[in-house]
Design a protein around this ligand. Structure first.
Ligand code: F0G
Length: 358
């Protein structure tokens, strides 16, 4: 295997300068590209001992919630916004179930660009809405779901000078390939199985391309089986037809007509994997398991990858990577709805001991 990043500065704490600098030779950037970065990528690949025991395999979690805006979207956004800056764009736009809007808002602010986001009214997690607003995006809640918002966004460049930063922008997919590079760099080769949630299907498309390109470049010797998981009420690829009114508690993947549909089915079939559905109950059960047993607080949509792994199982001793796409703090309402928030007690020792049953 060839060493390609020998120019990296070294030291006890080597500075991570973001994924464009780390993986420049695989990305559509040149010396003329102004790099807009929040030092995204380089996220932990955490061994999951209890999950491994439960499924009889060696399972690692790719913690994409550790990116600067709390989701994997930053990987594609650093490239998309850098390229938009290179082209002289003044404004970017996206449709989003929340995370893309948070990431676009942050990177656009960094680049000094205007940003407009279209989100489905009433179906976006509170943290994501807060992020888009606090980073200064123009937030439009549309009366409709993600799919209709994306239809409008696709057409906007024909009416106004804006660049679309949804994953229909190929620079987004290019940046998201780096997740696969990092996994191979840490494990020394590709895993046997790669589990990932599927919404608009850009990420599974990007990971598969990433594994292919990294192998072609001599960094790995094999390819994983790509297992994609949709929520049962929003499972167009599994059903083989668009879903008019998708419904799931995992609002990030509440999508009825994925833009990268073909990319997902190609990844699944070429790799010998598949796209399957998991119920909201299975997603929530995996979400609680990850938080209580592995100390990883992820989004409900992210937990779909682990729900799928638990549901389908894998051959014994397989090496598995589950991508946990976003941080649990994105959706505090969902977290709290799963629990009972205890009442307040008086601020004195007796009351505290009694409340703790001590
Ligand atoms: N997980 C999370 C947390 C997401 O936010 C998304 C997509 C996915 C998984 C699915 O990834 O679309 O590439 O298949 N969120 C988009 C958004 C749609 O607007 O934030 P995908």
């Amino acid at each position: 295997m060839s060493e390609t990043r020998s120019d990296r500065p070294s030291g006890p704490l080597r500075p991570w300068r973001g994924l464009i600098e780390e993986y420049r030779e695989f990305l559509p950037v040149t010396d003329a590209t102004p790099v807009v970065t929040l030092h995204e990528g380089g996220t932990p690949l955490l061994f999951a001992p209890r999950l491994s025991e439960r499924v009889g395999a060696e399972v690692f979690l790719k913690l994409e919630g550790a990116n600067p805006t709390g989701s994997f979207k930053d990987r594609g956004m650093t490239v998309a916004i850098s390229k938009a800056a290179e082209e002289g764009a003044q404004a970017v736009v996206c449709a989003s179930t929340g995370n893309t809007s948070a990431s676009a808002a942050a990177y656009a602010a960094r680049a000094g660009m205007a940003c407009a986001v279209l989100i489905p009214e009433g179906h976006i997690a509170l943290g994501k809405l807060a992020q888009a607003l606090v980073h200064g995006a123009r937030v439009l809640q549309v009366r409709g779901n993600f799919d209709v918002a994306l239809e409008i966004v696709r057409d906007l460049p024909n009416r106004a000078p804006v660049v679309v930063v949804n994953s229909i922008n190929p620079h987004r997919i290019a940046g998201q390939m780096t997740g696969a590079f990092e996994i191979v760099d840490v494990l020394g080769d590709a895993p046997d199985v790669h589990c990932i949630p599927v919404g608009n299907a850009g990420n599974i498309t990007a990971y598969w391309r990433g594994y292919l390109e990294y192998k072609a470049a001599g960094h790995s010797t094999r390819l994983p089986r790509m297992m994609g998981f949709q929520a049962e009420g929003a499972a167009p690829i599994v059903n083989g037809a668009p879903v008019e009114s998708p419904e799931t508690i995992a609002t990030a993947i509440r999508i009825g007509n994925p833009a990268s549909w073909f990319g997902a089915t190609a990844a699944a079939s070429e790799s010998g994997g598949g796209i399957h559905a998991v119920s909201d109950e299975e997603i929530l059960s995996a979400y609680r398991f990850l938080a209580s047993e592995e100390s990883v607080f992820c989004e409900a949509a992210s937990a779909a990858s682990v729900a799928g792994l638990i549901k389908l199982g894998v051959p014994e001793s397989s090496r598995v990577v589950c991508v946990l796409t976003g941080h649990g703090l994105k959706d505090p309402d969902l977290a709290i709805s799963q629990l009972t928030v205890p009442p307040a007690v008086d601020a004195e020792m007796g009351a505290v001991l009694a409340a703790l049953g001590l």
